[in-house]
Design a protein. Structure first.
Length: 151
């Protein structure tokens, strides 16, 4: 059957949540943004996911996860590129994210470390920004990053 990238469906949410929780990522607000969530399906099961939240000219890339057996196969790259293309198509000029350990991975796309003060007003209302800035003990473990999107 192989590996397929597709839009996420409501029945994928429990598997997306499981993948995220296994990597200590917050499995939150997936249903609210399901229209801009993708999954990697491998052998009939969800083996990767990513989402993007667009806020006018800014966006938040979130919940990028790939099952251990598919790491190093380019599927994470496929998810990120799909999310960035979606953001670009929907008018985003800047994309933000938070990561704990994957800064080198995201740097390959041009993401650069920033501070939470560098996040613009539109994305400061995202659940991720609000949740992390209210939990400084978790935020201090995170690396906020920003990408200026080529139009």
């Amino acid at each position: 059957m192989g590996v397929v990238l597709r839009f996420a469906r409501p029945d994928d949410i429990p598997e997306i949540e499981r993948l995220l929780a296994a990597e200590w990522l917050p499995p939150m607000a997936i249903n609210e943004f399901l229209d801009s969530f993708w999954v990697i399906e491998s052998e009939g099961r969800v083996a990767g996911a990513a989402g993007i939240e667009v806020y006018d000219e800014a966006a938040v890339l979130r919940s990028v996860v790939v099952a251990p057996e598919l790491r190093g196969t380019g599927e994470g790259d496929h998810l990120v590129r799909t999310g960035l293309e979606y953001a670009r198509e929907h008018g985003a000029k800047r994309v933000y994210l938070f990561t704990m350990h994957a800064a080198p991975f995201f740097a390959r796309y041009g993401f650069e470390p920033v501070t939470t003060d560098d996040f613009e007003a539109a994305v400061r209302n995202s659940w991720q920004y609000v949740g992390l800035t209210e939990r400084p003990e978790i935020l201090k473990q995170m690396i906020p990053m920003r990408l200026i999107v080529d139009q």
